[in-house]
Design a protein. Structure first.
Lengths: 277, 257
């Protein structure tokens, strides 16, 4: 359908490319990051005022400058632990991609597999993963394995569901096209259907990545002995709020960076979807 | 090797709908000779696209069957070049790679067909767009690429399923003219499904008018205008009688229904 929309809007030999006023494009492109930076600055100033003029105690909410100092002082500790967390996230995410995408492909290839797996998947997906924490802890103990299990459990579903949605969203006529052109079912699938489903797959990956960060952090708090969220947990129980917030800052930056890295990969892999939406 | 005869023998097809069984085609008997061009003309619901789907091997008829020469068509086959109503171009591939898609899907050597693909694009005035993406093209240009894709392996059968249906009237006329010059390069047996009388008259050696519910052949009109046919039928008086007969065939059916 998007094809139809873009082609009708550019119909006629003269209008080959969509016309967007260049001046407007430049202005909105340049303004957006500036506005974003201003928003962050305003939030930081508000925070600063609440803790200084507002008289909120440092054991409740530390001053932004103290957090900054703590970031510098505990540089090595934070770096070591964020490295640990990053490993949990990336390994867990990679496992989820492999499992989620393979299951979706298998379900697309065979309606028997689809019929068998659908109720199981809906069932597991409905279970609140947090409720599984004690069980996972009992099975895998405290440490990175538990963390990985939680990350995978929480990340695999959005990837699986979106990939499946992407495949079922492929216009039936494309499959007809593949078969009347002599493509085998498998070849049509990999040549035509997978690229058509990529945007949906990547929206699953983007959701999955933010959930992987959440899962890793949650796992470290309840079943961890290392990691940036573990540091946060220990620091806040010792009422070292400056350090807890320093760790929180690192975790937030990590989440944002990983999310944008995912969108960047999508952007690089799918040049044909640029400039839409 | 000459192009095959396309033969529909007693084709009946029922669709199961929530409201019951609908008979889309009722004992259709039609023989299209080697190299002949036939237009299936009729209002929507007359089963003309179903008939083409059976020839493509995408639809299995309830009774009877379609034959290429004497071989029954049972499953999708790549002997035919097919153009659908939607261009179905792959936006992540270049225009040239889109034209070469049938070659890739069949795992044949792409290099063997490159020259031909480029020549076809040149024929339809898209030589400069070989390396562009389909998203940069207009609807009419995209459909022209779809035609090149259908012709790239020089098929002996062409099945065209309302290929101009999604285009505006002016673009349709232009592409029809382009198509007729492309058709001059092929000896294929060709079937065009359309609901445009002018398109049918311009394209075909014989117009088969179909009537709906159930789909049947209502009338056959021979278009006795020699090729090449340079002008669009509405401005060329040699087509007057054909257009008139086709129009009457369709409207009298409508009045009866």
């Amino acid at each position: 359908m998007t094809d139809l929309a873009t082609t009708t809007s550019t119909a006629g030999p003269a209008a080959i490319r969509p016309v967007v006023p260049l001046s407007r494009m430049r202005r909105s492109r340049g303004r957006k990051p500036l506005l974003g930076a201003l928003g962050v600055a305003l939030a930081l100033i508000a925070w600063h005022l609440v803790t200084t003029v507002g008289g909120v105690q440092a054991t409740v909410l530390p001053e932004p400058l103290d957090v900054l100092r703590s970031l510098g002082d505990n540089r090595q500790l934070l770096l070591d632990n964020v490295g640990y967390t990053l490993r949990t996230i990336l390994i867990g995410f990679a496992l989820s991609v492999v499992i989620g995408v393979s299951l979706a492909v298998a379900m697309r290839a065979s309606s028997t597999v689809d019929g068998l797996l659908t109720p199981v998947i809906v069932g597991i997906q409905t279970v609140p993963k947090i409720a599984l924490l004690p069980v996972i802890l009992a099975w895998f103990g405290i440490g990175q394995t538990s963390g990985l299990v939680i990350v995978v459990l929480i990340t695999v579903f959005p990837i699986l569901v979106n990939t499946r949605l992407g495949f079922s969203g492929v216009d039936e006529e494309f499959r007809s096209l593949g078969s009347v052109m002599g493509g085998s079912r498998a070849r049509t699938f990999w040549t035509i259907e997978v690229p058509l489903a990529l945007p949906a797959i990547f929206s699953g990956l983007e959701v999955g990545m933010t959930l992987a960060v959440t899962g890793a952090a949650g796992a470290e708090m309840f079943a961890g002995s290392e990691g940036i969220a573990f540091v946060m947990q220990v620091a806040s129980s010792a009422l070292r709020m400056d350090m807890a917030f320093a760790a929180l800052t690192v975790l937030t930056v990590l989440g944002v960076v990983l999310y944008y890295a995912t969108t960047l990969v999508a952007w690089a892999l799918m040049p044909w979807t640029r400039g839409r939406s | 090797m000459s192009a095959p005869v396309v033969h529909f023998a007693g084709v009946t097809h029922d669709y199961v709908t929530p409201g019951g069984v609908t008979r889309a085609l009722d004992g259709v008997e039609l023989r299209i000779e080697s190299g002949e061009r036939v237009a299936l003309l009729g209002p929507s619901g007359c089963g003309k696209s179903t008939l083409l789907g059976i020839a493509e091997g995408l639809i299995a008829p309830t009774a009877g069957g379609a034959y290429l020469d004497d071989v029954k068509i049972c499953k999708p086959h790549s002997d035919a070049g097919v153009v659908f109503q939607k261009d179905l171009l792959l936006n992540w591939k270049t225009v040239l790679d889109n034209v070469l898609l049938p070659v890739r899907l069949r795992k044949e050597r792409v290099a063997d067909y490159r020259e031909r693909a480029l020549a076809l694009l040149k024929d339809v005035g898209l030589a400069d767009f070989a390396d562009s993406r389909p998203t940069e093209l207009s609807g009419g240009m995209r459909q022209r690429v779809a035609f090149c894709r259908a012709l790239v392996r020089d098929p002996d059968v062409l099945l065209l399923d309302e290929p101009f249906g999604a285009l505006d009237a002016l673009t349709r006329e232009q592409i029809n003219t382009d198509l007729s010059s492309m058709m001059d390069t092929t000896q294929a047996t060709a079937v065009l499904v359309t609901h445009s009388i002018e398109e049918a008259a311009f394209f075909a050696d014989r117009i088969v008018v179909m009537s709906p519910r159930p789909g049947r052949i209502a009338e056959e009109i021979v278009v006795d205008v020699p090729r090449p046919r340079p002008a669009w039928p509405t401005v060329d008086h040699r087509f007057d009688e054909v257009l008139d007969r086709a129009r009457r065939a369709i409207t009298s059916r409508k009045a009866a229904a």
